[in-house]
Design a protein around this ligand. Structure first.
Ligand code: SF4
Ligand code: SF4
Length: 162
């Protein structure tokens, strides 16, 4: 396994090793939710319906290593496509870094706190329903809103607010 370099999250995405790439994820779970795309306009709406493999209480994949065996169309986010996935949330660490933005203060790599993503209102933990129980997606359209800014006791220097 590759090592995590000091402040690797400030490096261009193209320079990250595989371990650093994986570690960049904030664990919000937003990319594991179903979306609805308007066939005419291409507009994408979010839903609170989760992939069957997502733990709805923690927003973590129950079997990330073997997920493709259960969910063949699970998207593997790579450098080549990160700028072409229109439904990634604006808070997504990969999307932010691809756009040259720094990580937000609630990201665990900045805050040192894996729970801060929940206090920021970015994590979907405890806010979603599994596709195995949800019924029609059209009944589950949601607007996740913008991240909250004041989620930490101290504002780290050198990073943008959320
Ligand atoms: S939206 Fe981005 S940061 Fe959030 S879980 Fe998915 S890949 Fe990770
Ligand atoms: S298989 Fe796992 S990583 Fe892929 S969408 Fe489902 S919960 Fe997310």
């Amino acid at each position: 396994m590759d090592e995590l370099r000091d402040r690797f999250w400030e490096l261009p995405l193209a320079e990250l090793n595989r371990t650093e790439w994986e570690a960049l994820c904030d664990g919000c779970g937003r990319c594991c939710l179903h979306k609805i795309e308007d066939a005419d306009t291409g507009e994408i709406e979010d839903t609170n319906v989760a992939c069957k493999l997502l733990d709805t209480e923690t927003a973590q994949c129950c079997d990330y290593r073997n997920r493709k065996a259960f969910v063949p169309d699970c998207l593997r986010l790579t450098l080549a496509i990160v700028e072409e996935v229109p439904w990634l949330p604006s808070s997504c660490a990969y999307r932010r870094r691809a756009a040259g933005r720094s990580l937000p203060n609630w990201h665990y790599l900045i805050s040192g706190d894996r729970e801060a993503v929940k206090r920021a209102g970015v994590s979907v933990a405890g806010r979603v329903v599994s596709e195995t129980e949800a019924g029609p997606l059209e009944h589950h359209i949601v607007d996740w809103g913008a991240p909250k800014v004041a989620v930490l006791n101290e504002e780290p220097s050198g990073n943008e607010p959320a």
